[in-house]
Design a protein around this ligand. Structure first.
Ligand code: NAD
Length: 294
């Protein structure tokens, strides 16, 4: 048996197409063009790549991107002043500050300064609290993308055993809330979990968000399981070049799993599509419009 490949690229393209159509409808019906401010501090090469692809996706969807590139040595106070201006600007419906920030800036202060209704990354403590208590709010993009991908295989996750490896605030923890909301039975595994392979073997849905190249082996996977690989790890490749692998040993896993996301081309594209979804959701909420079913 070979697993079905969950093609994140084409699923994300489909979602982006629906978002673009809705953006065009909003503009025609309400003269509203959703806008997102993307703030980058310094020249971290990986951040520059992410920011570029986010800004392109925003423009492709017919939304406005307001890019703010600040020098590495900008002070926290200056950054907070910019956030204050963006909070007050009605053309800006979403604000994203690319992480990581330089060490002299407290990222928690910055995230908390973003107006919660513009927090399209879903990292603000108010949104985390709303999500944890089942209130409406903005949900982090990567976990949202993971659940949407799993549901392309099985639209109903109710009653399934879901195992999440990783308990970060941006991926693992919000995944727990999202999977609970789908009525899955959720286990969170982490660096102190005993018998991790045994825990994983229980999973009908296994989501790996660890940051360790190919750690999850084929024999950790329950036959037929849905495997969602969040990991992005750069490892040495051929001819002195590097390549990207996930947290799951794909070649082994695809022989056992029922469906699996590739890396690259799985969760990554969905993360960006969900950023657009959150921006659209934020723009609708800020303008008193109901959010359309996409
Ligand atoms: P993190 O470092 O904040 O968290 C990693 C988690 O893995 C921790 O909770 C830790 O307990 C757990 N862990 C570490 N070693 C372990 C071990 N040996 N056994 C079991 N658990 C272990 O990372 P993060 O920000 O949640 O990101 C995780 C991975 O996902 C990274 O590779 C990151 O690059 C990737 N990522 C991808 C996207 C995307 O869009 N595809 C978005 C965010 C993060």
């Amino acid at each position: 048996m070979t697993a079905r490949i969950i093609d994140g690229k084409s699923i994300a393209a489909d979602l982006r197409g629906k978002i673009a159509a809705e953006v065009a409808r909003l503009q025609a019906a309400h003269q509203l063009v959703p806008g997102i401010a993307v703030v980058q501090v310094g020249d971290n090469p990986a951040s520059s790549v992410y920011v570029k692809s986010k800004s392109k996706a925003v423009a492709d969807a017919g939304m406005r991107a307001f890019d703010h590139k600040l020098p590495e040595n900008v002070s926290e106070a200056e950054l907070l002043t910019l956030i204050g201006l963006l909070n007050a600007d009605p053309k800006v419906n979403g604000i994203l500050v690319q992480l990581p920030l330089p060490a002299h800036i407290d990222a928690q202060n910055v995230v908390a300064a973003i107006a919660a209704d513009k927090d399209v990354d879903g990292f603000h403590p108010l949104n985390a609290g709303r999500h944890a208590t089942g209130l409406p709010g903005l949900v982090p993009c990567t976990p949202l993308g993971c659940v949407l991908l799993a549901k392309t295989v099985l639209p109903l996750l109710a009653g399934l055993e879901a195992v999440v490896i990783g308990r970060s605030n941006i991926v693992g923890k919000p995944l727990v809330q999202l999977l609970l909301a789908e009525n899955a039975t959720v286990t969170v595994a982490h660096s102190k979990t005993r018998d991790l392979p045994g825990v994983c073997r229980r999973a009908d849905v296994l989501i790996a968000a660890i940051g360790r190249p190919e750690m999850v082996r084929g024999d950790w996977i329950k036959p037929g399981a849905i495997v969602i690989d969040v990991g992005i790890n750069r490892v040495p490749g051929e001819a002195g070049k590097s390549r990207i692998v996930g947290d799951v040993a794909f070649a082994e896993a695809e022989k056992i799993a029922g469906a699996i996301t590739p890396v690259p081309g799985g969760v990554g594209p969905m993360t960006i599509a969900c950023l657009l979804l959150n921006t659209l959701r934020a723009a609708c909420a800020q303008n008193g419009l109901s959010f359309p079913a996409l």
